[in-house]
Design a protein around this ligand. Structure first.
Ligand SMILES: NC(=O)C1=CN([C@@H]2O[C@H](COP(=O)(O)OP(=O)(O)OC[C@H]3O[C@@H](n4cnc5c(N)ncnc54)[C@H](O)[C@@H]3O)[C@@H](O)[C@H]2O)[C@@H](O)CC1
Ligand SMILES: [K+]
Length: 538
């Protein structure tokens, strides 16, 4: 954000003061859009301003509300003399209209509460500049938090709007620095609505962000490369973060979005135009996970899908599969033999594979030069010797799809950094972890979770956020991960590059769960794809 703002200011297109004015205006607009009753008649607001430019936005909001006829109480946390220049200007403009009281543990007086007529609390204490724990006003934070919770069911309590990010939450990571033992959501300032500028920040979608922000509205403040679609381009529902010319690709993080063009199929193509995925399965009674993956690979559009199982599991699988083809595949030698068929262009290994079988088959798969997705047992099999695996994955078209536990087995030191309590502002987050892991493994890493992060070895990174309007808690069900691996394998077979396959598959996986809704089980995910494709207009 800083780079983008600095570039805009340096270009002479806009001043910092103008950006601040637009930010403040954006907050007021978003508040009135979210709660039209607040636009209908002037009411009372408490605006809490901090010592930086986030506080400056707060002074703009206070002034604009006052111009709308509101009664506004303004509090400043910090020293007015030390405000940065633009914030200082807006402080000055406000002071001509009203008082500024000191914000400390005992203020605001008696706290905003039910029945005292305060309709809105504006949290403009810290934005993207939070660098250390914010625990000094915990009693006040606690009270604002209570207002926030109460206002959801009782309109007599004030709504809480956070400017840019709820104060105390790190906008870079979604962590609350300084909260070691207690759950920050119990005692921190949370918001009913968070209004941010230009594009969502990582902290809105990672970690505590989705719980802390309530709802996130992005307001355009006229910076280049905002969240607007490029000419004529289709964009998935939910929007995407901006392409920011001021930020190099390896440092940017986008929201995962599918490639519509590549998902389409065109007249004149035949099944071999869409690739042949091979999913490897384990022994008798353990085939369900691989069958789910195979079904996912087929539904997402691979031209052909074959399940390779140990001979002893042939009858079980034959009884279950129709469109998915079946091949007995005893061992590594048999796999090498099968891969002489050059039409098999993508492999999926891991779900239900068994650890010994994984240790035998993964090297053959990776050395074959085919695009591969490794999940579950194919990852755990290398817990004792991750470097052995990375020696095979480096520089290949491979996607690793660990959940948190598998990630910790392969990247114990990175996982430790990720789980250590945050002490400073830009805390180490899942984006950092996925990037570091991808660089080490030399391939794409998809770290699963409600905030799935997909990174490649060069630092390109996307987040597939299943939060806010995309929240799908019912996706936490056995076998859902196997289907995701199958989706990725299917897209790899269709010729997607590994990062594109992982991003598109993760995005579609959430869309399938949203489309199906509560009651979802893993089998439903592939079967929901046609519905999702239709809705996308494919
Ligand atoms: N030109 C710009 O830079 C614009 C900035 N905007 C707003 O400005 C914000 C960023 O402003 P700043 O960079 O000044 O950052 P902040 O306003 O978030 O806070 C920075 C200040 O807080 C202090 N600080 C950090 N953590 C602290 C803690 N735990 N306890 C006490 N003090 C602490 C820092 O030393 C610094 O003085 C954005 O979030 C956004 O709201 C918008 O007005 C748009 C334009
Ligand atoms: K804030």
């Amino acid at each position: 954000m800083r780079a983008i703002e600095e570039a805009a200011i340096a270009s002479g297109a806009v001043t910092g003061l103008e950006l601040m004015e637009r930010a403040g205006r954006g907050v007021v607009e978003a508040v009135f859009e979210e709660w039209p009753e607040l636009a209908a008649a002037p009411q009372r607001a408490v605006v809490l301003c901090g010592p930086g430019n986030n506080g400056g936005d707060g002074f703009v909001v206070a002034r604009l509300l006052r111009e709308w006829g509101w009664e506004v109480e303004v509090y400043l946390y910090g020293d007015a003399e030390k405000l940065p220049p633009d914030a200082r200007v807006n402080y000055g403009r406000w002071v001509e209209m009203g008082a500024v009281r000191a914000l400390d543990e005992d203020a605001p007086d008696g706290y905003p509460d039910e029945g005292d007529g305060v309709a809105l609390i504006v949290d403009a204490i810290f934005g993207i500049g939070l660098t250390r724990p914010f625990l000094t006003l915990c009693r006040m934070q606690d009270q604002v938090n209570l207002c926030n919770a109460a206002s959801r069911s009782n309109p007599a309590f004030p709504h809480v709007v956070a400017v840019d990010v709820p104060s105390g939450l790190s906008s870079d990571s979604g962590a609350y620095p300084g909260y070691e033992d207690e759950n920050p959501l119990d005692s921190c300032m949370l918001a009913n609505l968070t209004v941010t500028f230009h594009a969502k920040k990582l902290g809105h979608v990672l970690g505590y962000g989705p719980d802390a922000c309530g709802k996130v509205v992005v307001k355009d403040i006229g910076l280049e490369g905002g969240g607007r679609p490029r000419g004529g381009e289709k964009r998935p529902p939910g929007g995407a973060v901006g392409r920011c010319p001021a930020v190099p690709p390896g440092e940017r993080v986008t929201l995962a979005e599918p490639s519509f063009y590549r998902l389409s199929k065109f007249p004149g193509e035949h099944k071999y135009s869409h690739g042949h995925a091979l999913i490897l399965s384990g022994g008798p009674g353990r085939g369900g996970a691989a069958r789910l993956a195979a079904r996912g690979a087929l539904r997402i559009g691979a031209g052909l899908v074959t399940l390779g199982c140990p001979p002893a599991a042939l009858i079980e699988n034959a009884a279950q599969l129709n469109a998915v083809m079946l091949r007995p595949l005893r061992d590594a030698e048999a796999l090498a033999e099968l891969l002489k068929d050059g039409r098999i262009n993508a492999l999926g290994l891991g779900p239900g594979l068994g650890l010994d079988r994984a240790r035998a088959l993964v090297p053959v798969a990776l050395e074959s030069g085919r695009a591969c997705v490794l999940d579950a047992d194919a990852l755990t099999a290398f817990a004792e010797a991750p470097e052995l695996l990375f020696g095979l994955t480096r520089g290949t078209a491979t996607v690793l799809t660990p959940h948190g536990g598998e990630f910790a087995r392969l990247f114990p030191d990175i996982a430790e950094k990720l789980t250590a309590p945050a002490q400073t502002g830009p805390a180490y987050c899942r984006v950092d972890a996925a990037r570091e892991a991808a660089a080490r493994a030399g391939c794409v890493v998809l770290l699963k979770g409600p905030d799935t992060v997909i990174a490649d070895a060069g630092g390109r990174c996307a987040v597939n956020s299943a939060a806010y309007e995309r929240a799908v808690p019912w996706l936490a069900t056995a076998g859902a991960g196997d289907v995701l691996a199958g989706f990725i394998a299917g897209l790899l077979a269709r010729g997607f590059d590994p990062r594109g396959a992982a991003e598109t598959a993760a995005w579609l996986h959430v869309e399938c769960a949203r489309s199906f809704g509560p009651g979802l089980i893993a089998e439903d995910l592939p079967e929901e794809l046609p519905q999702v494709f239709r809705a996308l207009g494919l």
